[in-house]
Design a protein around this ligand. Structure first.
Ligand code: NAD
Length: 493
């Protein structure tokens, strides 16, 4: 069987560019198309528009060999057998996904069809989009036997996108007939057979020749729902642990201990049980809104998802209350903000909780020194230009004379700060950690006042009795007796 497939990937964003580079890495001939000419120019000149591990190396290896980047969709379609649609599906005003970019691509594709093509939905789309794509092709007079539509949702995570793509937990193919299923089997053949992992130059990851990628074939509708339901479930885990964190905090529990105890249960699993500032990014917020909308259209009230979104929105307030508890008044306070991207390992700032916190600090009159290893350039384009906001190239520069340092993104380097140096730089050694990167005991040892999520605050200097802070000051209390007296209702815990 011929393994090499001619592929067009439309959209060169986080998903499209990674998919295109990885398909080339798997041995296919790929044309990546974007209508953003500046992106195409940047890529063809050897640049990379996004920060993603391994991506530059793959582009350098395959560009102009097995991978071409262009804005010429017509030629890409004519030369390809499979066309992956990887354009954005942002949230529309009703909450529904805005599919106008997808439709625009399908219409353009329809104008250039010159033989049998498989159109593959790589973008995250609501259920039945496959049927709308088919309808659009038919309306544009493409005979039904000249194309198929397949749903192949993408589960990569930004920050580890290349590794996730080449070492996926599963590959879902929603195909409504054998012909199109076979095409997708050919495309993912090197990962399913394990051949890709035998190569010495393969990108390392959890899969191997003996433990290759698993392919799940479903109907197109099921595949579309798998993607939305998966993202909704992951978001639910995050909101669940944040809700429990707030409860834990009110009874002087420790959410990290609780999450560890829960996560060891193989039915639950430890991943996505990290309490913090809540989820953000370009996927969860819009996908939850779209999924809720889809359910409503079917007369199904997914109340659970509304709660997930409410808890997530409230988590910002929970964090900001901690900032107030730490600093009292905010006007004129100097704050170091560590992190701008929505999570560590990426420069993506879309729906980033960190960006929202910085905006709010500026509105409240703080002077902010912001540092992020990758996202500062993108942050500049969305945060207001202000004398109160400085971007610094070094976290310790940001901490200089600060009244408090805020950890807003879980970059690994933020969990390895030289704490003595950080303390020396700051005016007052106060850290408010929205990502629970440190242990309260460790921060106390280094002389920090430390606030985190779902855990007791610690204060090296006892807080005056009668203040809100005093109730939470456990620094003088040995861990074994860090529990509140049970309420006098006779209720047993
Ligand atoms: P993105 O905004 O980073 O990239 C989209 C790209 O499509 C842009 O470069 C844009 O210029 C291009 N584009 C738009 N219209 C076009 C057209 N008509 N012709 C050619 N190019 C066009 O988006 P993304 O983050 O890569 O996400 C793409 C899709 O994948 C979305 O549906 C998203 O929900 C889904 N997804 C994203 C992730 C992620 O982590 N970012 C993960 C899984 C799935």
């Amino acid at each position: 069987m011929e393994h090499n497939v001619k592929i067009a990937v439309v959209g060169s964003g986080y998903v499209g560019l990674v998919a295109a580079a990885c398909f080339a890495e798997m041995g296919h001939d790929v044309i990546c198309v974007d209508n953003d000419e500046s992106k195409v120019r940047l890529l063809n000149s050897g640049g990379v528009p996004i920060f993603e591990d391994h991506l530059l190396a793959l582009l350098q290896k395959h560009l102009n060999v097995r991978l071409r980047v262009t804005s010429d969709l017509k030629t890409a379609v004519e030369r390809s057998d499979a066309i992956f649609i990887a354009v954005g599906t942002p949230q529309g005003s009703s909450g529904a996904a805005d599919l106008s970019h997808v439709e625009a691509v399908v219409r353009q594709v329809a104008r250039c069809v010159n033989g049998y093509k498989v159109l593959v939905e790589k973008s995250t789309v609501p259920v039945y989009t496959n049927q709308w794509i088919a309808k659009c092709m038919l309306l544009n007079r493409i005979p039904r036997d000249s194309f198929d539509v397949v749903s192949n949702p993408e589960f990569l995570r930004e920050g580890t996108a290349v590794c996730d793509f080449l070492h996926p937990d599963r590959i879902v193919v929603g195909a409504n007939n054998q012909r199109s299923e076979n095409m997708l089997r050919r495309i993912y053949g090197p990962l399913i057979s394990g051949d890709y992992y035998s190569s010495e130059s393969s990108i390392p990851g959890p899969l191997s020749r003996c433990n290759p990628a698993k392919l799940l074939v479903t109907s197109a509708q099921s595949a579309e729902l798998i993607k939305h339901a998966s993202n909704a479930f992951l978001a639910m885990k995050i909101s669940f642990i944040n809700a429990v964190a707030n409860l834990a905090e009110s009874v002087n529990g420790d959410i990290e201990e609780i999450a560890a105890g829960m996560g060891l249960d193989s039915r639950i699993g430890a991943k996505f049980l990290r309490a913090g500032l809540g989820y953000g990014g370009s996927c969860f917020p819009k996908d939850l809104a779209a999924f809720t909308w889809v359910a409503e259209q079917q007369g199904i009230d997914l109340q659970i998802l509304k709660n997930v979104r409410q808890i997530n929105a409230k988590q910002q307030d929970v964090f900001f209350n901690k900032v107030r508890s730490a600093l009292w008044t905010l006007r004129g306070k100097k704050v170091a903000a560590f992190g701008l991207s929505f999570k560590g390992g990426t420069d993506d700032i879309r729906e980033s909780p960190a960006i929202d916190v910085v905006r709010r600090l500026l509105v409240e009159g703080c002077s902010v020194a912001a540092y992020d290893p990758a996202a500062m350039e993108k942050a500049r384009s969305v945060l207001p230009g202000s004398n109160s906001l400085r971007y610094v190239n070094d976290p310790f520069m940001g901490a200089q004379d600060a009244d408090a340092a805020l950890i807003l993104t879980d970059w690994p380097e933020f969990s390895r700060f030289d704490l003595n140096r950080l303390k020396r730089a700051m005016r007052f050694p106060t850290v408010i950690d929205g990502r629970n990167l440190y242990k309260p005991s460790q921060m106390l040892e280094h002389g920090f006042t430390y606030f985190s999520i779902g855990r007791p605050d610690v204060h090296p200097v006892p807080v005056p009795a009668g203040t809100a802070l005093a109730n939470r000051d456990l620094s003088q209390v040995p861990p074994a007796i860090r529990t509140q007296d049970p309420p006098s209702t006779g209720q047993q815990f």
